[in-house]
Design a binder for this molecule. Sequence first.
Ligand code: UDP
Ligand code: MG
Length: 327
Amino acid sequence: MLVNLTRGWYYLTMKLSVVVPVFNEEAGIEHFHDEMLMPVVKNLEVKSVEVIYVNDGSRDRTLEKLQRMAKKDERVKVVSFVRNFGKEVALAAGIEAASGDAVLTIDADGQQPPEIIPEFVEKWEAGAKVVTGVRKHFQKHGLVAKLGSKLFYFLMKRMGTETVPGSTDFRLIDKVVKEEYCRLTERNRITRGLIDWMGFPQEYVYYVYGNRHAGKANYKFWKLAKLAIDSFISLSIRPLLFLGWMGMIITFLSGVLGVFVIVQQLIMGDPLGLNWTGPTMLAIFITFLVGMVLISQAVVALYISHIYAETQGRPLYILDREGSRGI
Ligand code: UDP
Ligand code: MG
């Protein structure tokens, strides 16, 4: 109880940063800020809050509205891009600009309900370094989106990165995680993938994914598909290893078959009476060569993946600062 109390007091000295990426949200941004976000933020049990809007090169009057909001309320800050760089980059910029003891990221369209922010903060106060929002089910989402998302998490799991299905960018990260995150300099970035990769223990908050309150979704099918492919490629080399294994299996099987044909038919004079024709033998030989090509491709790709890992320049390890002593 005493511990709880001191913890509570301790967090009353803390600052929370809320990062919101915005792209062409003029229709709903004021409603989001005034009616959805601020009423919740006001009652949080933290010392202070800053709200950082990252204008991702909006082509409507979003920036104007953001600036008006910032003028009225000094807790509001605006980071603005000259053109659209995509939500992932916007998130990165916002997280870097944040000065709080924890950083919460949330969409501006109301699909991630601000009223559950206190749950994130509570879990953080209880010691969690990463709190991830997980959506329970879709509302009014197309079949393609649903299937695509199912397939994505299935493949991610297959590829060895444990991501809880439905986990989203609605997240809170501690300052420690933020600092590590800022050391990651790679260009094709998926914020949630990177945070999962770092491997800090996570806590989860479940919510119902609502409908947009205004404007329209900016993520089109191909954009999402690119995001999924980027996730796979940056987090795993399993697709590549799969190619290599295919090559080895094909080479092995056709090699065995080839040796069998040579010995059986050409050396021993076809005692089994199979009477394999020239084109059949040629086909076996070509299959063997295809296997070799697949293997050598996989080898080349392995080299490329090493070069890729070097250029990504990720830190070798992520320290558990609370667990380490005397350094
Ligand atoms: N967004 C952004 N840059 C973009 C696309 C979207 O900053 O290029 C913002 C958008 O304003 C919103 C959030 O990212 O706050 C989520 O976007 P959206 O609702 O279009 O995507 P979805 O809900 O399908 O994830
Ligand atoms: Mg949305």
